[in-house]
Design a protein around this ligand. Structure first.
Ligand code: SER
Length: 655
């Protein structure tokens, strides 16, 4: 049974039993209680379990792409060293949203395994939660499984999505691979590689809160998850998940790129497995819109890519190779996950660039690490230098060291990181040290917040409260009131002029020196500006209008993106200037050309349909009409009469 046949058989079995087949969701989950990545099939259904939304169907089945690279479910430590762990895998699942419960879930699982896909029932074992008499009774009395092959466990049989979220007792199904794979004793006491857990039936009934307490979910649900690659391993009778048709072709690519043979040597086997697994993880993560960076998800994918490169290097690959692996991944899985194929070029390009970036420092970094490894210990500062200068994620350094049985001074690394952070803060403050925070504080205490008049007027009479010489030759002018908008929330500050009896200054930017305290960063173009003087502060109105239009543009874009892509689209940030705007938003992948065109069409339509725009156009038409008529009269009396009549139409209450 190959991967495609299994996918089809699983889906068909549950469709025949009233389940709706639902597409895999993005690897970036959206629910507020969700962890960083989608780690199981249930994640897209969380709102239904919690009763926040009513499920569109009482039963569903899906095959979900999952990654376990961080948080509670992280399989990185085991990767490559066991027969059954992958950081990217596909999860087969069936769901009941307050519909059927334990009896059907267990009965159908048994029927599918033993009657449809070919598992030998005599080699199956199950575990149930220590308190779950009901599940045990169903397995024993309903299904007929002998009590000797039903074991009870505590925490191991209570599944949770993460530190918070829906959860419940579960029942896991295991396959006994035989004595050559380890000790007897069943899943509870025998060898992990012998009794392979491959399907988990969760009786989803509770919600775990941040304070650790459990409350009942509104209804009882079923959440099952089977690792597709583990099923294939068992059904195909191969030693590891890496030998199945889902992963083996990638091992083959890695073998040919590196000239290594899989199975020849333990150490290179681990590297080949990591590379094959990581090709899948990176392809899917980047495909779902995660871009390598130093933060959050971006950092995870950066580590994945860099780890794959160092593993490749360990295999003797000294030129870019990830592109070939990722292309093969897309060929293998693009049929089941079409979004991967449609975004293929961006995915490959992003990964190749990241590989290229890392390769620029890889050789020097590796040489440095080798010296430490030969010495038998990796000093904290060296690990830090590897991270800071050569782009080696600390996890990668630690792994490479562990491979050689060498320890990394993690405490020293953390201390170096902390010092760098502190220095960063210091130097940021240093930049502003020329800008005396104390002066701002005193000013704010003395004069309070700057009064902002810029909503009503573009020119304001004000008093100069303080003029501070900035280090770069500019002045910082503080006024009691100002029409200048200070940069905030992604919108740039205003520019314009400040004029007094003795001089004129050009305002280059406006920012907050302290919250509420407008700082006009200026250059004197004439005479001088003195504290205590009366001043006229005037903003560049045209520029402000342009900024305002771009600000409106972000709202239009947000609205149009949600119309086209769905309500999950959320603004992540924006940068609004006079001549451009940038709008950041979350979505699971790149936009297609059609989607972009549709967004543009909707947003543009909205601009033309805009109430103030229409009012403005009408006013302008009217003004032109008035002007033309005025020019056509011969006498002032006629003009006055006409204007009076026109005014009466517009402001009747004036008469
Ligand atoms: N949520 C459970 C798991 O991931 C079953 O799908 O194991």
């Amino acid at each position: 049974m190959d991967a495609n046949t299994l996918r089809r058989a699983f889906t068909a079995f549950f469709e025949e039993r009233g389940h709706t087949s639902v597409d895999s969701a993005s690897l970036i989950p959206h629910h507020p209680s969700a962890p960083l990545f989608t780690n199981s099939g249930m994640m897209q259904f969380v709102p239904y379990f919690l009763g926040e939304e009513s499920a569109p169907w009482p039963r569903a089945t899906s095959i979900q792409k999952c990654v376990r690279l961080s948080g509670k479910h992280n399989d990185l430590g085991e990767l490559g060293r066991t027969r059954r762990h992958l950081t990217f895998f596909e999860m087969l699942g069936n769901w009941s949203f307050g519909d059927y419960f334990k009896e059907d879930a267990i009965g159908w699982a048994w029927a599918l395994l033993t009657e449809h896909v070919g598992f030998d029932g005599d080699r199956l074992w199950v575990t149930v939660h220590v308190d779950d008499d009901e599940a045990e009774a169903i397995w024993h009395e309903g299904v007929g499984l002998p009590l000797e092959r039903i074991q009870r466990l505590d925490k191991e049989n209570f599944w949770e999505m993460g530190p918070t979220g829906p959860c419940g007792p579960d029942s896991e199904i295991h396959f006994d691979c035989g004595s050559e794979w380890g000790e007897e004793g069943g899943p509870a006491g025998g060898g992990d590689d012998r009794y392979i857990e491959f399907w988990n039936l969760v009786f989803m009934s509770y919600f775990r809160h941040t304070d650790g307490t459990l409350t009942d979910l509104p209804r009882h649900n079923i959440d099952t998850g089977g690792g597709l690659e583990r099923w294939l391993m068992l059904l195909q009778g191969v030693p590891t998940v890496f030998d199945t048709d889902a992963v083996r072709p990638l091992i083959e690519v890695a073998e040919s790129l590196s000239g290594t043979t899989y199975g020849a040597d333990d150490r290179s086997d681990v590297a080949l497995r990591v590379v094959a697994d990581h090709a899948r993880s990176m392809a899917f993560l980047v495909g779902d819109g995660v871009v390598p960076s130093n933060e959050d998800r971006g950092y995870v994918v950066r580590s994945v890519i860099r780890r794959a490169v160092t593993r490749g290097q360990q295999l003797g690959v000294d030129r870019p190779f990830l592109g070939a692996l990722v292309r093969r991944t897309i060929e293998l899985l693009g049929g089941a996950y079409p979004e991967l194929t449609s975004g293929a070029d961006v995915v490959v390009d992003t990964i190749e660039r990241e590989e290229h970036r890392f390769r620029q420092t890889l050789a020097t970094g590796s040489a440095l690490l080798d010296v430490e490894l030969a010495r038998g210990a990796v000093a904290g500062e060296v690990a830090f230098k590897l991270h800071d200068t050569y782009g080696f994620p600390i996890e990668v350094t630690e792994e490479m060291a562990a491979e050689r049985g060498v320890a990394v001074d993690r405490a020293g690394f953390d201390a170096a990181m902390a010092t760098q952070r502190a220095r960063g803060k210091e130097s940021r403050r240093g930049g502003e040290a020329d800008l005396p925070v104390e002066v701002y504080r005193r000013l704010a205490e003395r004069a309070g917040a700057t009064e902002f008049t810029g909503r009503e007027e573009h020119e304001t009479k004000a008093r100069v409260l303080e003029v501070v010489q900035a280090g770069d030759g500019h002045l910082e002018i503080f006024l009691d009131r100002t029409p200048f908008y200070a940069e905030s929330g992604g919108q740039v500050g205003d520019t314009g002029t400040i004029t007094t009896d003795t001089g004129r200054a050009e305002v280059l930017d406006t920012t907050y020196a302290l919250p509420g305290l407008h700082r006009h960063v200026a250059r004197v173009v004439e005479g001088e500006i003195l504290e205590g003087q009366e001043a006229v502060a005037t903003i560049d109105d045209e520029r402000r209008q342009a900024i305002r239009r771009n600000h409106t543009g972000t709202h239009l874009l947000h609205w149009a993106l949600r119309q086209v892509l769905g309500d999950h689209v959320k603004q992540q940030g924006s940068l609004v200037g006079p001549d451009y705007l940038r709008f950041d938003f979350s979505h699971h992948g790149p936009l297609t050309a059609e989607e972009l065109a549709e967004v543009e069409r909707l947003a543009n339509g909205r601009i033309l349909d805009n109430e103030p725009v229409r009012a403005y156009q009408t006013t302008m038409e009217h003004a032109r009409h008035v002007a033309r008529r005025v020019m056509s009269f011969d006498s002032e009396r006629q003009v006055m009469h006409f204007l009076r009549e026109e005014t009466r139409k517009i402001i009747p209450e004036a008469f």
